[in-house]
Design a protein around this ligand. Structure first.
Ligand code: SF4
Length: 218
């Protein structure tokens, strides 16, 4: 069995029941976009706090524009870089209203023209908002395949995405991002992956390049 197949089987078995493609697609797309921006360089628990504070007050770009900048900053204060993010959320809301009738565009190039929206955020919105198959490459999706040896260590995020998309069947792409995120938090941690203590802590240690060479830094 190929490495990719072993990984997919594991992800599906371990995390599949928590990852329901249909419910993910039901997310409100504006909230998904803003929530993803709020999550940048921020711990999950702080993102969750900021998201629930913000969206208990506003639901639409128009409502965001009615908020004062200081009120917006205060609502999203639990996240890192909240001042910069508040400015971006205002700018995004203005652009969405002026250019897209208040809707989030379902086009990668258009999404990436929005302030603070890079590859990862655009792909998350496309995949989990619009149901357009993509593998969004965040820090876990970049690190883990490189450690395992699925992807060249020197590859940039676009190369990582293309490689992963070539390795996994399209109808399973929605699992890959969330599966690696969970696996990266639980086992293949950025620092001190659990295999260092005991190879039995990781189901991929028998074929993982980083484990064999003891080079974990990506
Ligand atoms: S063996 Fe270690 S480095 Fe490799 S995937 Fe597992 S936890 Fe990560």
């Amino acid at each position: 069995m190929s490495k990719a197949k072993i990984i997919l089987n594991y992800i599906e078995k371990r995390y599949g029941r928590y990852i329901d493609n249909s419910t993910l697609r039901n997310k409100k797309i504006f909230e998904l976009l803003i929530g993803t921006i709020l999550s940048q360089r921020t711990r999950d628990e702080n993102t969750d706090k900021a998201v629930s504070r913000l969206f208990s007050v506003v639901k639409t770009p128009k409502q965001v524009l009615k908020l004062s900048l200081s009120k917006l900053q205060n609502l999203i204060k639990p996240t890192g870089f909240y001042k910069q993010k508040a400015r971006r959320i205002k700018q995004i809301s203005k652009i969405l209203l002026e250019k897209y009738k208040g809707k989030v565009p379902n086009d990668r190039k258009e999404l990436m023209k929005l302030p603070g929206v890079g590859y990862k955020t655009a792909d998350i919105v496309l995949m989990y908002g619009f149901g357009i198959p993509r593998i969004a490459i965040d820090t876990h999706c970049n690190r883990i395949p490189k450690r395992i040896g699925l992807v060249d260590r020197e590859a940039n995020v676009e190369e990582v995405r293309k490689k992963l998309e070539s390795l996994f069947p399209k109808n399973k792409w929605y699992l890959i991002n969330l599966g690696f995120v969970n696996f990266g938090k639980e086992i293949c941690k950025p620092v001190n992956p659990l295999c260092i203590k005991d190879s039995r802590n990781c189901p991929f240690s028998s074929f993982c390049k980083a484990y064999k060479t003891r080079k974990f830094k990506v």
